[in-house]
Design a protein around this ligand. Structure first.
Ligand SMILES: [Zn+2]
Length: 167
């Protein structure tokens, strides 16, 4: 709803799975293979992001910007911790961000997907979303169902009534 109020993160390179899941939930997450230690802190400071890390030494540094020490090795617990710590509205941002590159997803007409997805997908799916940054295409059949199942498993599934139309 209030996009500016959404917390932006910079995730430690050891938190790849967490980063992907936060993107699925709509969070703006900076993540890359070089982001750890000092480079992570400076990237977060530069872009005013909250650091997510498992690195206790890093968390203790006096010059650390806003930071959340991720407590668990299991990604489901990690997602739960972050969602709870920042009161993330799971329904608001779901399926709005590209898992691969953090770009914004936009709805595109079926014709835009022609030739870029298998024929049976084109003939059975109505709605497609495309990443404005990398062009990756998403459609409901696999992505949405899988994500909802997983979120339910984490105990943070969107409330009933929040259907695929929520995004
Ligand atoms: Zn993308």
């Amino acid at each position: 709803m209030n996009a500016d109020a959404v917390t932006r993160f910079a995730a430690d390179k050891m938190l790849g799975r967490l980063a992907r899941w936060l993107r699925i939930l709509g969070c703006d997450v900076l993540y890359g293979p070089s982001l750890s230690g000092r480079s992570l802190l400076s990237a977060a400071r530069r872009e005013r992001r909250v650091v997510l890390t498992r690195d206790r030494r890093l968390a203790r540094r006096a010059d650390a910007p806003s930071l959340l020490l991720v407590e668990d090795d299991r990604f489901r617990e990690q997602v739960r911790q972050v969602v709870s710590a920042f009161a993330i509205d799971v329904r608001a941002g779901l399926f709005r961000r590209c898992v691969e590159c953090n770009g914004d997803l936009e709805e595109v007409p079926r014709e835009a997907a022609a030739g870029r997805v298998p024929e049976f997908v084109l003939s059975t799916q109505q709605r497609f979303r495309r990443c404005a940054r990398c062009g990756h295409l998403y459609w409901d059949a696999t992505h949405v169902a899988r994500v909802r199942r997983e979120l339910a498993g984490m105990g943070i599934a969107p409330a009933a009534g929040a259907t695929e139309n929520a995004c």
